[in-house]
Design a protein around this ligand. Structure first.
Ligand code: FOL
Length: 176
């Protein structure tokens, strides 16, 4: 059985979900074919504290809230699947773990390859009915990927240095 969430954990989840919505829908850059945002930061924090399952659920809730408040395009279920997998991946790499160069780089490589280079091109091709090999899918995406992998890896690693995660862990994962 999954550990039940207590009131304090639910409050922290809500705060992190609000950060995800803000970072992805208000402070993020969204074009029709590529998105750039810092949503991975609250996702990693949630991943450290609550693990893959709850971080996947939290990211899906953030997708629903973001789409219902700030939709710039029609809802497409593929991006909800992305949200779940992305949350689950950060939970897998960071739940109750220290952030190191190794898991920073691994997490950005796995999300980039699975989400940004495999699933999202499929969703975009389906959503806009363009061929999967069209330049409009790949040109901006490959440019973003080259810049984004080192950027996200570096930010992730430095998050490890500034977050009081040991304190948080003892607060949020107390044995009842
Ligand atoms: N449907 C849902 N459920 N959520 C959304 O956020 C959403 N957004 C759009 C349409 N339907 C949606 C708007 N269009 C990308 C580009 C345009 C776009 C949605 C996504 C995109 O390229 N996204 C990222 C990866 C996806 C992710 O991080 O979840 C990218 O690779 O740049």
């Amino acid at each position: 059985m999954k550990k039940q969430l207590d009131a304090r954990s639910i409050t922290m989840m809500a705060l992190l979900i609000a950060m995800m919505v803000t970072l992805s829908r208000i402070l993020g850059i969204e074009t029709q074919f590529v998105k750039v945002s810092f949503t991975f930061i609250p996702e990693i924090i949630m991943g450290m504290l609550f693990g893959p399952f709850w971080t996947g659920i939290g990211s899906v809730i953030a997708d629903f809230i973001g789409m219902s408040l700030f939709a710039k395009a029609p809802f497409f279920i593929g991006f909800t699947i992305n949200a779940f997998l992305e949350g689950a991946i950060y939970g897998y790499f960071f739940y109750k773990k220290e952030i190191t160069w190794k898991n920073s780089i691994q997490s950005v490589l796995v999300t980039t390859i699975l989400i940004n280079l495999i699933l999202t091109p499929l969703w975009l091709a389906m959503m806009y009915q363009v061929p999967l090999n069209s330049w409009i899918i790949w040109t901006p995406r490959l440019i973003k990927t080259v810049i984004w992998i080192p950027t996200q890896a570096i930010i992730t690693y430095f998050l490890g240095g500034v977050l009081p995660y040991k304190q948080w862990l003892s607060r949020f994962n107390r044995v009842h």
